[in-house]
Design a binder for this molecule. Sequence first.
Ligand SMILES: [Zn+2]
Length: 428
Amino acid sequence: MPRWVDTKNWDGGLSQRQWDSVVRQAKAMLDSWIELRENDFRGIVYHSSLDDDLKQALYRINLRHAWWERVDDEAHRMARRIIKHLHKRNRFPNPMRCRTMSMDGKIAQIQPSNGGEYYYWARISTLEKGHPLYAPILIHSDLEPHLNPDDPQRLANHLQLRVNEDDTIVARLMTTMESVKPRDTGEAIGLDWGLKSLFATSDGRLYGLELFAWLQKRDMELTALTRELAHSHVSYKQSKRYRNLNRRIREYVRNETNRVLNLIADDRLREIVVEDLDFRHGGLSKQMNRILTRAGRATVRYKLQRLSQTKGIAITHVNPAYTSLECGSCGWASSKNRPNRNLFRCECCGYTLNADIAAARTIRARRSRPESWRRIGRTIILSQLRKEHAQRCPDGKRCPSRRKEYGSPTSAKAKANTETRVKNKRQS
Ligand SMILES: [Zn+2]
C-alpha cells in the first residue's frame, strides 16, 4: 500500500489533507495486522517439525510478507496454508467498526492559548472549508509533567478522538518521546549482570552486593510460604501474603536495578555493552528464579532503552556464550578458569580477577566481534576461541590446550567432548 494516495477525484467531500489522514490511519491498521501475522507465522514455523531448509525458505517468505505469492513450490504452498489458517483466526481489520479517529497536525492542531481559562485549544478542520472548529482543552494531571521543556516526552501535534457506544466523545492528546542524539564522545563499558553482585562493570566496579543477601532472606520466606500453601491446598494466586511478597521482591529488584543503572550511566559514558542473558542464578529456589527472571529482565531491558532514548547512550548486545569462562588476557576458555564462583584464574596464563569483572571485560571486548557472532551457537564459539588461543598462546608447550583431555584445538571430536564436559560442569 503506498504511503500517499492521490485523492483529488475521490468523492466523500473530504479534502486531500483529510483523505491523507484517513489513508494513514487505514494503513496503520493494516500494517499492525501484518506485523502480528509475521510474528505468528514465525512462531508456527519455529515450533514445527519441518526440515531446516524448508524452515529457512519459509522465514524468507515471511520477511517479505509474500505469503500469497503465486509460486508453485513446496515452501510457497506451505506459506499459503499457514497464512490461510492465521487469517481464519484473525480476519483483516474492519475500519467501519473503528471508533477512534487519529487526527494528525494536518487536520487538528494543538495551540497554546493566550491566557484565559484554558491552556490549549485544538483547531480541528471541518468538512466546511475555512470554518475550523475550536475545542478547549483541559490538561490532565498525568500530562502536566510532560509540558515541562526539560522532559523528553513532549506534547505531539496529534489528537485522538474516540466516539463511545453512547455517542459521547473523548479526546486524547498524544505525546512523543524525542530521541536524543547518540553521544559521540565518552567511554564504552561492558556490563555483566548476575546476582551476587547485581552489576559488574569492565572498569572494575561492583554494584548491589547487598541485593543477593536480601534475596536469600526473602527466598527462605518464599519457600516456607509456598510449602505452607501447598499443605493447606491454597493456590498462590489466592494468597494475599504470596502476592505481597512477590510484589515486594519485584519492586526491590526494580528499584535497585534502576538506581544502579543511573549511577553507571554518568556523563562520561558513550556505550554500554551487555549480553543477551537472563537473571537465572545458582543458589536460589526455582520459584525465586522465576520471579527474578521476569522482574529483572524486563526492568533491565526497559531501563537500557530509556537510557538510550533520553541520554543518547548506545546499547550493544553481544553473544553470551563463554563470556564468564573466557580469559581476557590470552583468550583461553575453560570451566577450570573458575575455581569458584567469585574468582577467575586463567588455567593457561594465570590472569586472576574477580569473576564478575572478568566477565564484564570479556563482554566489552566482544563488541569488536563481527555482527554475525550474535547468532552463532556455543559450539562454534568455543571452537573459534580455541583456535584463536592456539595462535597466541604465551607458552605453547605447557599450555593446557596441549593436554590430552582437551585434544588438539582443531579436532572436531575433542571439541564435542570439551563442550559436554563444560556443560556438565555448569550444571553441577
Ligand atoms: Zn589466560
